[in-house]
Design a protein around this ligand. Sequence first.
Ligand code: MTE
Ligand code: MO
Length: 409
Amino acid sequence: MFTRRTLLSAAGAGAALAGSSFALPKLFEAEAAGVPLSPGVPAGVASIARLETLPGKKPLIKLADRAPNYEAPLDYFRTPITPNEEFFVRYHLSNIPEVDAKTYKIAVGGDGANGQATLTLDDLKAMPAYEVVAVNQCSGNRRGLSNPHVAGVEWGYGAMGCARWKGARLKDVLDKVGLKKEAIEVAFNGADGPVLDATPDFIKSLPVWKATDESTLVAYEMNGAPLPHFNGFPARLIAPGWTGTYWMKHLISVTALTKPQGGFWMNPAYRIPVGKFPVVAHFLSQENATSTPITEMVVNSLITSHADGAKVKAGKVTVSGLAWDAGYGIRSVEVSTDGGKTWSAASLGNDLGRYAFRPWSFELNAKRGNNTVMANATNAIGQTQTATLIWNPAGYHNNVMQSVTLVAG
Ligand SMILES: Nc1nc2c(c(=O)[nH]1)N[C@H]1C(S)=C(S)[C@@H](COP(=O)(O)O)O[C@H]1N2
Ligand SMILES: [Mo]
């Protein structure tokens, strides 16, 4: 069995050996000192974090030297749709080939399927197309704010984005072969792989009920354009409401299983301790007495109009942000300017769909000096954000109410 430590060091060694299968990112000049890190990430992050511009992207905050891991700065969250060139990038493995759309294929089959099929990109595009606006958020978003700190990519607030995804339904893809009644999970692999044999390939699975949900897509378009290479060209899985780990990029196989997928990335990775978080959507075939796979995103919000410490003029200031959940829908966002003693409703903006970022805004009457603003979102099933961190070893599901201080002069 691999421990997290041996895995990371194997991946680190791999990065050094890796042939460059994508153009090397250019260091965004003069930014090394002024990287807009989220307040609260460990001090050591500042020494590795760099603003870098990947091909086809705007500058993103690079957080790891192994596989490419880049988060979006706060500035990129001022709109509920995240532009493709501003969308974060997360990989576990360093060998990421440029996939050729002409020869690209998805193999569909498995012991839980009645047969086998191979789909090309044209085959996918010939199927009925569906669109969904959905948040893709890494399970470990805000991990860097864990206290005590935990191992892993030390994400701040920016390991997330929301896009309009277009593609074929996964259930229609599965219909090409037909599922046996014994099928319990559907597993996914991407074209990327480990550089060293010691690192397990990144394979994920979903329970059949989620795989065949009408909003689970194999997407080939993001915001009306082909997927960027770093976000999974030419096609990736979209599992709305569930954390990004299931959203397999460069999807090359869809495998129906009659037994639980047994790989490292399903167990022990990407698990939360049983009983710590409210879990509505259970992944039963992967549950055990102590841990369960992370599934749905917890309800959350982010103040995006102002960074902590921003200078404003005393008087009327519009504070705005985004809220999101697992797809139950945002019922309300409340704001407190007295450290959580009293709360007032923010105005909700355009509803782009239940899986999307919901914009909100609040008119603050800023007094001279420090004005501390907190936001708390509530969803349609009554879940709210937490006042204190629910610490867990992987730093998942951080939905602590944020506190941002505006300095009025
Ligand atoms: N092929 C492949 N797909 C992947 C991953 C990966 O390492 N390889 N990482 C997953 C994780 S953990 C996340 S959070 C999302 C990130 O999506 P993005 O890079 O498009 O932002 O991709 C998912 N899909
Ligand atoms: Mo992730």
